[in-house]
Write a protein that binds this ligand. Structure first.
Ligand code: FE
Ligand code: ZN
Length: 509
């Protein structure tokens, strides 16, 4: 056996990094560059010099794996301790877990999709710098879904709604919102994907997506999810930097790239923003102990940090803030209420449960939202009377869906929160509906893509979802009646009360 000579010790960090990454790259001699990298031209993006891509993180594979292993060790120690000490009993309430059910069903499968597509970019981008950054992100993303599954699997032993999440992700009506978002991204070209996921998702919107879930966990006694969040956060800063590097690189390479990138920013801001509708209702309605309101979160993480910071810098390249961003800003007053009111009525067909906000909760809502008492409190007061009379309301029909974001048409006209917003386009003599100007704009730009949308309600009506009745469709979703519906009196609620009674008597929690 021969031992390879060691690299001389005197190499600087930067040289060592080059030797281990870029210097492993070579110029093809018996195929052309276009044959080797066939996917980086059709989107119309012009790249003159791939070596201008700077990696802000000079990470090598050995340093990367050592660092990640350390973090895993810490996380799995917390998971063990929490499981052994019945830590789930110290959550604020079992209803908190509705937020985590939504997370594992809706968000974790996106991590896996991100893993797959960054692996693809790790093969197909021409430059060794972006290829290596993509490879690292691909590894991060598979670690994220694995650690999320391990973190939340402990709850699956005691609570409903956690089983079958990958199956549900591909079939269930409200999960088609995040799924179609990511399907749209992975079926676009490599540069659009970088702007869609690397920039819009990881940079523009990540604080609106992950901070609410992770702070929600820490405020509600969910130590494992909080620890997972910390473990993912250091990866997140690398991902955000990759997104920012990607957009600056594209804008600096050629002026012709600017309008293409601008449309992607407009499109992916709106696409991502619509997915955050699920987060808005989670913050304002699902968390028993509140972190901050959606209105505050949107103002802080988007209006102040992005519009007031990042887009000021991007103006230098001729980039303007995303189209329809003023509608999103206005909507922050009403979004969560409209979304939760809809989920409340359809939770008999969901793998999470809902309930009327308590009086204390409604006080919080009215203290945070000027229009709550006028527009939304009356709905809940009426529903309280329904429940008192034994008629908890579940919608029996199926809602109309937006062809682009796939959310039921529940949003209202800009400036008029009492009129439903409806937009439409005709393509090849067919009529398509949209929830907003933002979604219509996306469709009109690429109708050929969106006419293929797999809209859950249409699929149910066409008989592709297990049958014509609610029990048929729920069986096809692998949902049981215990997974959703009303929280009060649910199996999770009853168990929680019984376990707490027991825990108090035995001197535990
Ligand atoms: Fe991730
Ligand atoms: Zn829409």
């Amino acid at each position: 056996m021969t031992i390879a000579p060691r690299a001389p010790r005197k190499l600087s960090m930067k040289d060592r990094y080059s030797a281990l990454t870029r210097d492993l790259d070579w110029t093809p001699s018996y195929v052309t560059e276009d044959e080797l990298y066939p996917y980086t031209k059709f989107e119309g993006i012009t790249i003159h010099d791939w070596s201008k891509w700077e990696d802000p993180f000079r990470l090598t594979v050995d340093a990367y794996t050592k660092y990640q292993a350390e973090k895993d060790k810490r996380l799995y120690a917390v998971l063990d301790g929490f499981a052994q000490s019945q830590g789930h009993l110290s959550l604020t309430d079992a209803s908190y877990l509705n937020a985590m059910k939504l997370f594992i069903q809706g968000v974790s499968p996106l991590e896996y999709q991100a893993h797959r597509h960054f692996a693809y970019l790790g093969r197909h981008l021409n430059g060794p710098g972006p290829r290596f950054a993509s490879l690292c992100q691909s590894l991060d993303e598979i670690r994220h879904i694995q650690t999320e599954v391990h973190t939340l699997s402990n709850y699956n032993k005691y609570y409903d709604g956690f089983h079958s999440f990958p199956h549900m992700h591909d079939r269930v009506w409200y999960l088609s919102v995040p799924k179609s978002f990511f399907d749209d991204a992975v079926s676009s070209g490599p540069f659009e994907f970088l702007i869609a996921i690397g920039f819009s998702f990881e940079y523009l919107l990540t604080n609106l997506l992950f901070v609410p879930f992770m702070s929600g966990a820490s405020f509600n006694g969910d130590l494992p999810t909080m620890t997972f969040g910390f473990s993912a956060q250091s990866d997140e800063s690398r991902h955000m930097t990759l997104g920012l590097e990607a957009i600056k690189f594209l804008l600096e390479q050629d002026e012709k790239n600017v309008p293409i990138v601008q449309h992607w920013i407009d499109k992916w801001f709106w696409r991502g923003y619509r997915v955050t509708a699920l987060i808005a209702q989670m913050l304002d309605y699902m968390l028993p102990r509140k972190v901050m309101s959606w209105k505050e979160a949107f103002n802080l993480y988007f209006e102040q940090q992005m519009l007031g910071g990042l887009f000021v810098d991007l103006a230098y390249y001729g980039i303007t803030p995303p189209k329809f961003v003023e509608q999103a800003a206005e909507e922050k007053e009403i979004l969560s209420h409209q979304v939760y009111w809809t989920l409340y009525q359809f939770s008999h067909a969901a793998a999470f449960s809902t309930s009327i906000p308590t009086d204390e909760h409604m006080e919080w809502l009215s203290a945070n939202y000027a229009k709550f008492d006028e527009l939304y409190r009356p709905l809940w007061e009426k529903e309280k009377r329904n429940v008192a009379a034994g008629g908890r309301h579940f919608a029996r029909g199926l809602p109309e869906l937006c062809t682009v974001c796939q959310i039921p048409m529940l949003f209202t006209e800009p400036g008029d929160p009492t009129t439903l917003c409806q937009r439409w386009s005709t393509f090849e003599d067919e009529h398509f509906n949209f929830c907003s100007d933002g979604c219509k704009n996306i469709f009109d730009h690429e109708p050929e893509k969106y006419v293929q949308a797999w809209l859950p309600v249409h699929q149910i009506f066409q008989g592709n979802c297990g049958g014509a009745t609610i029990p048929d469709v729920l069986a096809w979703y692998k949902m049981t009646p215990n997974d959703g519906g009303e929280y009060l009196g649910s199996r999770d609620n009853k168990n929680w009360l019984a376990w707490h009674d027991m825990a108090e008597k035995t001197g535990g929690n």
